[in-house]
Design a protein around this ligand. Structure first.
Ligand code: SMG
Ligand code: MG
Length: 369
């Protein structure tokens, strides 16, 4: 298919409630939505880079820049046989995985729509539904956090993940265990807020039977993660540290983690996400799909990815209404019985972009040609 045109929107979406991590608080979520057109059919991809470079170095601004200056002009009018060709053509440019992933996602959606195949099927997904967990941000008080956990547990989420940081960790996990018992599937995510000097402190988590501790140390600290792993009974899961399949292989060889959170956006696209999935599956390492507070556009792609056989742990995929009063795509993602979410089965992403919402939330937009 020939990539005949692109349309890019920067949108601002009010979050249903603020989301706070060890690096900051989000109330309005910025992201980019990219559309690619071929033969009158459109594919859509979300770029999850945020307004500020907190989770990673990319921002909506850097993504806009590299997309409009480099990536999209290089692909405009080009004939591509399959979506895997997109990362190959963009490989000469270093970095900017979230911007690259958005282009690839849009092309996967386009290919699915042109062929009448769901993204899940194209990727090799094997499950019509996936188990999902919920990721809870830092809360102003412990009581507020416990109340949220109560509510989400009641809705059926299969695993609760809470954000931690120095000063908001051991007591929080103790209080959750005291209130909900040891059977509640529970994990914590530090977004790199600790150092190896905190190892003895983090050992205090070991008695709580956590499913995992996600990204305790800084993204570029693979060696220190391996050292920490030797000192902790709690399995380490890496998120920010894993930028591609090479990182995954090296992290596993070093013993830096026992679980990997796969985000296609963090690793430069779905093709690289598949490589990590395949590597982990071959080595018997469990993976799950991470989230970046995606709108319905990015969430549909995450659901397709999470339907692959190696995604054996609940993914960070919550219902649309948990994030946005008015989502960008329809139908909204909803939680079914047993804490499962249905993987869209329609062509491509299997959801439709609500053009009127996209336009209403758009801060700027551009087209090529
Ligand atoms: O999409 O439900 C979601 C959020 C999942 O916690 C989540 N994501 O480090 O895993 C992570 C964070 C990154 C986003 S923080 C804005
Ligand atoms: Mg994380």
């Amino acid at each position: 298919m020939r990539l005949e045109g692109f349309r890019l929107h920067e949108v601002e979406m009010p979050l249903a409630f603020p989301f706070e991590t060890s690096f900051g608080r989000e109330v309005l979520r910025r992201c980019l939505v990219l559309s690619v057109e071929s033969g009158g059919v459109q594919g859509h991809g979300e770029c999850v880079a945020a307004r500020e470079p907190l989770y990673s170095a990319e921002t909506t601004g850097t993504a806009w820049h590299v997309l409009t200056e480099f990536f999209l002009p290089a692909l405009l009018g080009v004939e591509v046989a399959s979506p895997e060709e997109v990362p190959r053509r963009l490989a000469g440019w270093r970095g900017h995985p979230m911007a690259k992933a958005a282009v690839e996602a849009a092309v996967w959606d386009l290919v699915g729509r042109l062929r009448g195949a769901s993204l899940s099927r194209l990727l090799g997904g094997t499950r019509p539904q996936v188990e999902v967990g919920v990721s809870l941000g830092l809360e102003p008080t412990l009581d507020a956090l416990l109340a949220r956990i109560e509510a989400y547990r009641g809705q059926g989420y299969r695993r609760i993940k809470v954000k931690v940081k120095p000063g908001w960790d051991l007591e929080v996990v103790s209080a959750i265990r005291a209130r909900f018992g040891v059977d509640l599937p529970l994990s914590v995510d530090a977004n790199g807020a600790y150092g190896l000097e905190d190892a003895a402190h983090l050992q205090g988590l070991d008695r709580h039977g956590l499913a995992m501790i996600e990204q305790p140390l800084a993204p570029d600290d693979l060696v220190d993660h391996a050292e920490l792993a030797r000192r902790l009974a709690t399995p380490i899961c890496l998120d920010e540290s894993i930028r591609h399949a090479q990182d995954a292989r090296q992290a596993l060889n070093l013993g830096a983690c026992r679980v990997i959170n796969i985000k296609a956006a963090r690793v430069g696209g779905l093709t690289e996400a598949l490589r990590i999935h395949d590597l982990c599956r071959a080595r018997g390492v469990p993976v799950w799909c991470g989230g970046m507070l995606e709108t319905g556009v990015g969430r549909a792609a995450n659901l397709a990815l999470a339907s692959l056989p190696g995604f054996v742990l609940p993914s960070d995929l919550s219902e649309s209404r948990r994030y946005y009063a008015e989502d960008l795509a329809t139908p909204p993602a909803t939680l079914g019985p047993g804490g499962r979410m249905v993987v869209p089965s329609g062509p491509g992403l299997g959801v439709e972009v609500r053009e009127e919402v996209l336009r209403a939330r758009s801060l700027r937009s551009t087209r090529l040609p």
